[in-house]
Write a protein that binds this ligand. Structure first.
Ligand code: AMP
Ligand code: MN
Ligand code: MN
Ligand code: MN
Length: 279
């Protein structure tokens, strides 16, 4: 029997709507056998996720999604099968988390200049113990009717060039890949077609990624159609990278995006889970 994999999703430890237990239960209901929880710049959801995964008998892969800055662009690198307690990774995470908090305060200051007050305190309360992301700001703007959709919150306030955009220099691509590799994990370039960057740019970035120890690329995600899968497959083949699959699930309200609901990997590619240890 072939296993169902989902190697990219979010919980309330970052910008997901479900707590780690709810997320793992939902993945189990959707028939997922192997799940990686990959919250933004934190491993804090993993302990709770593991308890529920063990109870339900599904395999949990320790994961993370790190933001990095490469040539002034923000890229997302997923780490799979990391040791969440590794000191190099922990140190890196503390740095990224401080950047997230600083950025959140500055976003709130920009919103305050537009007459939208008190947002830092609100998103801090909303994020609880979790990392604050732009999703929290978008949620706030939507809940308080400053916008009528999440997309509009990003388009009008949070994206580059908009009123509340704050440019952040995350750790470099080389650094985040090194943290993952040091922590015993596999580095995966997440959603390569979502950056709106040229193939030439991505190819150059992949050369740096690979030279730093990166091993895989997300070829299938919850939103990819056949054309995107084909393009991602070309990146994988050209750079001889293993292929990963992940929904990037955040919340149950998105009708077409579900945990474990993913197209098959092109058969020519080598799946990243070939590197997972046997259980
Ligand atoms: P951050 O890492 O804090 O900059 O937040 C980025 C997160 O915002 C992404 O991981 C997505 O979950 C979310 N996001 C980005 N753009 C959009 C969008 N247009 N609509 C909804 N969510 C978005
Ligand atoms: Mn997110
Ligand atoms: Mn991402
Ligand atoms: Mn993600």
């Amino acid at each position: 029997m072939s296993l169902r994999y989902d190697l990219h999703c979010h919980s309330t430890a970052s910008d997901g709507a479900l707590n780690p237990s709810e997320l793992v239960s939902r993945a189990h209901e959707q028939g997922v056998n192997v799940l990686a929880l990959t919250d933004h710049d934190t491993v804090d959801g993993l302990d709770e996720a593991r308890l529920r995964a063990e109870y339900l008998g599904i395999r949990l892969i320790n994961g993370i999604e790190l933001s990095c800055t490469h040539l002034n662009q923000c890229l997302h690198i997923v780490g799979l099968n990391i040791d969440p307690d590794h000191p190099v990774l922990r140190e890196g995470l503390a740095q990224q988390q401080a950047l997230r908090d600083e950025r959140a305060k500055r976003i709130a200051e920009k919103l305050a200049k537009k007459g939208i007050l008190g947002v830092y305190e609100a998103v801090l309360a909303d994020a609880g113990m979790g990392e604050i992301t732009r999703t929290h700001f978008a949620d706030y703007l939507l809940r308080h009717a400053y916008v009528s959709s999440m997309q509009e919150a990003f388009d009008r306030y949070l994206n580059k060039g908009q009123a509340a955009y704050v440019s952040t220099t995350w750790a470099s691509l080389e650094e985040v890949v090194t943290w993952i590799v040091d922590a015993g994990g596999i580095a995966v370039l997440a959603h390569p077609l979502r950056y709106k960057l040229s193939s030439k740019w991505i190819n150059r970035a992949l050369t740096v990624f690979k030279a730093s120890g990166g091993q895989a690329i997300e070829v299938v995600n919850g939103r990819s159609g056949p054309e995107e899968i084909r393009l991602a497959q070309q990146f994988a083949e050209r750079h001889q990278l293993l292929a990963s699959v992940g929904s990037d699930f955040h919340a149950p309200d998105s009708p077409y995006l579900e945990l474990g609901r993913l197209a098959d990997l092109p058969p020519q590619l080598i799946p990243v889970w070939n590197l997972f240890p046997n259980q």
